[in-house]
Design a protein around this ligand. Sequence first.
Ligand code: GDP
Ligand code: MG
Length: 214
Amino acid sequence: MNQKFDHLLNLVLIGEQSTGKTNIFKRLSSTGTKYDWDNTSKPTVGIDFTIDTSQIDNQNVKLIIWDMGAILRFRTILKRFYEQASGFLVVYDITDRESLEKIQKWIDEIQCNSQERPHVILIGNKCDLEEERKVSYEEGRSLAEEYGLRFFEVSAKTSENIDFVLKMFKREEVAKAKEKAKMKEKKDVRNRLLRTNYQENDDGDWSKKDLTLT
Ligand SMILES: Nc1nc2c(ncn2[C@@H]2O[C@H](COP(=O)(O)OP(=O)(O)O)[C@@H](O)[C@H]2O)c(=O)[nH]1
Ligand SMILES: [Mg+2]
């Protein structure tokens, strides 16, 4: 079936190893609700992706979610992903302080390699492990504030906040695209009006048409 989409989005999961990216990915994928929690997940070697299709504000949205494994070491591949992504979930583990301290490295990578300003969301995963918590909610929130990012604590284990983050990402991207289309239409109308009322003279300047002569 050849379905048409109004929006194609790419969302990439990045962050230190063992922060739970692959488990978040499994929850985000369309089969997520059927996914049984598995404590034995292995380091991700390659790249995995899943396609999520949905309707947001009467628009068909196709979202491709990418789980990046050790392949992140290959900079040429990485660069292509940074360039094409509409958004990133930058993940740290609330029970692992080091994973938060390395967040800056990931955000710098996005800022250095992305062409347009992508939608970046800071994610503190494993919020079900309250007793093992090493990073407070406040610390995560203020780091996100420093970079002007949205911030959520989630749990891939219990699914807490996972659906919400995905829906919010899609809604905001669709709203952004609609706003962009509106601006473009306004600009097109302005240009059309300009062309109707003005004419280009020999010097390449625009001057008002002498309507009495036409
Ligand atoms: N308690 C708990 N453990 C998690 C959660 N997410 C991931 N894990 C565990 O953390 C380890 C690393 O997870 P994984 O998804 O492979 O991390 P990745 O290397 O970032 O892809 C695994 O043992 C998971 O079972 C979570 O939300 N809560
Ligand atoms: Mg992984």
